[in-house]
Structure formats: structure tokens, C-alpha cells
Design a binder for this molecule. Sequence first.
Ligand code: SAM
Length: 435
Amino acid sequence: MAKQKHSARATAARVIADVVQKKQSLNAVLTVALPLLPDNERSLCQQLCYGVLRWHPQLNAISQQLLSKSLKEKDADIAALLLCGLYQLRDLRIPSHAAISETVNATKTLGKKWAKGLINASLRNYQRQQEEIDKKLQQSDSAHYAHPDWLIQSFKQDWPEQWQAILNAGNQQPPMMLRVNQQKESQQNYLTRLAEADIPATAITGCPEGILLDKPCDVYQLPGFTEGDASVQDGAAQQVASLLDLKSGLRILDACAAPGGKTCHILEHAPDNEVTALDIAANRLQQIQQNTDRLQLQATLIASDAADIDNWWDGQLFDRILIDAPCSGTGVIRRHPDIKLLRRADDIDSLDAQQKQLLNTLWPLLKPDGLLVYTTCSALKQENEHQIANFLHHHPEAQEIEASSAPANRRPFGYQRLPGDDNLDGFYYACLRHR
Ligand SMILES: C[S@@+](CC[C@H](N)C(=O)[O-])C[C@H]1O[C@@H](n2cnc3c(N)ncnc32)[C@H](O)[C@@H]1O
């Protein structure tokens, strides 16, 4: 195979094409592509990939107005490059002549010099007709709000008052948040250390270990990161551990644990707890291991489908079970904009079935009077309050209990934080006690 040439724009075009066409996850493709770029090109490439995918439904609607006919499937990279050009003109502080000429040059890097004229003419046409073209975006919700139609419909149905705010939150650039390791440091001390390192930050209200950075930075610039003094975690995810009513000496199952954010938070609360961390994705167990190693914590890691209990369970009941269930991720679109392209309407029924199976299979593994916490980073009722309502209907021995301090808005069952509420990720939480 011929060796590929690289530049921020050409690489971004290839990455975006892989997400759009091959339905690969942005994170997976970027992890391979970025190291092949010179250091000084990486940040622009990343910015283009996230930005274009974040605004894809809108940028795609613009490109359809600019192109007389759709590009062939084999030219998905050129289609993506055009979106990179549009994104630079609309959202980045790059002078437009440089944005256009560098985007045109990237056709050469992609080995498609024939597309030079097409990219050049399309971007210049956009500059000339921007007002008219942008006006037409109002005609479609998907183009206007930059989300897929099916998801806009679902949000409208579930949250008739809040759907626009949810969509708006999904288009924001996410803030970087930290969790201070309470075994080593207090929130207040760590804020002082950040200030000394010239990293402006504030405490997150309602998260005793949570810190919001004014601007994202490389984790290795964070004081004591390598030594495990802090970890990256959104404040909404930090509210899960305290729902487990943790104390010393508990036997705890974290059923869907990778990459281990909540496993580590649970252990930071009480390191002598016996935590079993399971995940179906064997390759993701490594990430849990790296996190527990860095934080100097101990958990038993098992690669298995949690619902296949014959494969992993030793027959002893648990005091606490956390099901941080596989879900649509519709609460964290600001962090994973590729969700807009990768998720489809019919995924929700299949996720619903997986969540049901995990709840039904793991519930009997809880000790009498034990506590099961069910969470998702979804904003859809089917995966959240409807899921728990259905579970309670079929399990009279289960009782939904109120958290001692509410992590989010109370719903008929559980608690829902909608995306962007308090500047945090969208999250659902429910606490179930075995009567
Ligand atoms: C929302 S993520 C978990 C995030 C993790 N709790 C944290 O805080 O870092 C859901 C995880 O569930 C895993 N998963 C999906 N289905 C599973 C199953 N049947 N059994 C075990 N793990 C599963 C996925 O591989 C994924 O890592």
C-alpha cells in the first residue's frame, strides 16, 4: 500500500470520512491518526475533527447547497475536506484566505488533485452567498440545531419544554473537570496547587472533590497527575459514588466498569472495599488497570459479559452493585459529537433490552438490604425512568429510595440531569434497595 502523506486538514478529512462512512468511533480513529502527524499539526487536526462532527448536520446541509451533485462514495474524504473548509470559515479564527488555500492544498496530500477546483470554487461560493445559504438552514430542524432528526424528535417527545436547551448543550465545547483523590488531597488544597501552576480553576458546586478548569489542558501539566492526585471526570459522573452509601469493608460489583472512572472513585472513598470490576470489552480492562495503578488502588478485574454470571460469579452476594449501563450517550454528545452520526433510532430498543437484561440478571446477586445503583449518561426516558419503572413493576421486592442528597432533578423514578444543567453532562441515577 502506498505510504499516505499527512497534514492536519488531510488527516482530519480522512478521520471524519471514516466516522461518517465506516461508522468508526472518533476516538478510535483519532488515536491511530494523530501520532502520524507532526506535533504542531495535531491540535488543529483534533479541533477540525471535533468541530466538523459537532456541526456535521449543519455543515452537510450547507455543502449540499454548494455542490451540484453528491460526491461519489470513494470520495468521502473530499466531502469531509469541504466540511473542514466550511468549519474553518464559520468557526475558527484562521484568516479566510489561509483557510481556503490550505484546504485546497490538502487535496494534493489526499492524492486527489482533481478536487482542487471543486473545493476552491465551493468555499469561495460560500463566502459570496453565506447570508442566503445560512438563511435556508432555518428550514430544517436538523440543519438548524445540528442534530439528527430522530434524536430531535425523541428529545421533543420526552422533554417538550427543554428540548432546545438540550440540543444547544449538545453543540457546546465541553469543559474539562477533575476529581481530586480524597485519599491524598482536599479540593481546596488542590485548587491552590493549580493556581500555583497557573491553571485557573474553581470548585464544582455539589461535588466535594470536583474542580472545573477555566481552559482544558494536557493532563500531564496537572500537579501530581502521574502520582494519582487527580483524575479527569465530569461532575455528573462524580455524583455516582456517593449514591452507593459507601463505608469500609463492603463487597462491591461495578458491572460495566471500563475505563474505570467510577471504580476508582469508589475505591478513593474507601480503599479497603472489595471491588470486582467487570467489562465485556477485554481491551478496555487495560484502561481500568492503568487508572488503578496510577491511583495506587486495588480491584479485581474481569473481562466478561456481566449478564453471563456462570462465566464469572463466585456465588457470593454483593453489598453494593453499580450498573453504569451501556446507553445511547445522548447526555454526553458535547464530549462525543460522533454520537450524532453513529447512533441510530433503532439502537435505543436494543440498548433498552441490554439494560433490562443487566438489571434482571444482576439484581439477584444483591444481599438482602443491599443497594443497587443504576446510572446512564442518556437523556432519553426509555433508558432511564421508564426502564426503572418497568423494573420495579416486575420486582416487588425492589424499592426505589431517595438519595440523601439529590444528585439531580427528581423524576417519578430516579433523578435526571439534562445535558448542560449546571454545566455538567446529562446523567440519570436511580438507587434500588433490596427490601
Ligand atoms: C458507560 S460505560 C462505563 C463507564 C465506567 N463505569 C466509568 O465510569 O469509567 C459502559 C461500559 O459497559 C460495558 N458493557 C456493555 N455491555 C456490557 C455487559 N453486558 N457486561 C459488562 N460490560 C458491558 C462497555 O464495554 C462500556 O465499557
